[in-house]
Design a protein around this ligand. Structure first.
Ligand code: HEM
Length: 188
């Protein structure tokens, strides 16, 4: 599957992903929907017709990854759209003003030096395929749209990963997080 540079996730009554659950982890929830569509987002689009909510993001440059981590990620990561990866998670996240007030080196230190986000995440590759979209610069309600795909057999491991990350210092700066779990709608 070709990487989508500008994405929108439309929550509503149609789309290739059926909602299994929506959980407000921190802060305000999102209105309930039965389906989510992941679509390339035409420039200027803020809402997809018929959707209850539309979240937009762009696949920008990485901020914290160092060379060795980049190579490690590239050597092991899987792409989106694997036939066996019929489960997905869309987890929109916003970080607090205190996070954004920090300097770049302070954020990197919390993200990796203390919380080991990439090192922990790497343990779950290639079972989990991931994509990070940036939303903050678009003036969206969330700063990040995180997207993950995995096979049903790896669902428990994904829960373990999410629990480990939520227990880190980095997550003390998360002030809104909604966890949306999805199953791919079968074709035909
Ligand atoms: C599957 C394993 C995972 C790996 C290998 C991984 C790796 C990474 C990497 C390398 C970055 C930094 C990108 C950059 O330099 O800008 C990142 C950012 C991020 N990841 Fe993960 N991650 C994983 C799982 C998760 C999960 C499960 C969540 C949510 C529950 C998550 C949420 C985020 C967020 C919100 C950011 C942006 C942080 C910021 O810029 O402040 N990640 N991840």
């Amino acid at each position: 599957m070709a990487p989508i540079a500008r994405v929108c996730f439309a929550g509503g009554q149609s789309g290739q992903w059926r909602v299994e659950r929506i959980q407000a982890v921190t802060g305000e929830a999102l209105p309930p929907v039965t389906h989510v569509a992941m679509l390339p987002s035409p420039e200027g689009t803020t809402k997809i017709d018929g959707s209850v909510w539309t979240l937009r993001g762009t696949a920008g440059h990485v901020r914290y990854v160092e060379r060795s981590e980049k190579l490690a990620l590239q050597s092991i990561q899987a792409g989106l759209g694997r036939p066996e990866a019929t489960r997905a998670a869309l987890i929109p996240i916003r970080k607090s003003g205190a996070w954004w007030d920090l300097a770049q080196d302070e954020r990197r230190s919390i993200f990796e030096g203390v919380s080991h986000h990439t090192a922990v995440g790497l343990e779950y590759l290639p079972a989990v395929a991931r994509r990070l979209f940036q939303s903050r610069e678009l003036g969206e309600p969330f700063d990040f749209l995180t997207w993950f795909e995995y096979a049903p057999a790896h669902a428990d491991r994904f829960e373990e990963l999410v629990a480990r990350l939520r227990a880190t210092e980095e997550w003390r700066y998360v002030d809104r997080e909604v966890d949306i779990r999805l199953s791919r709608v079968q074709d035909g």
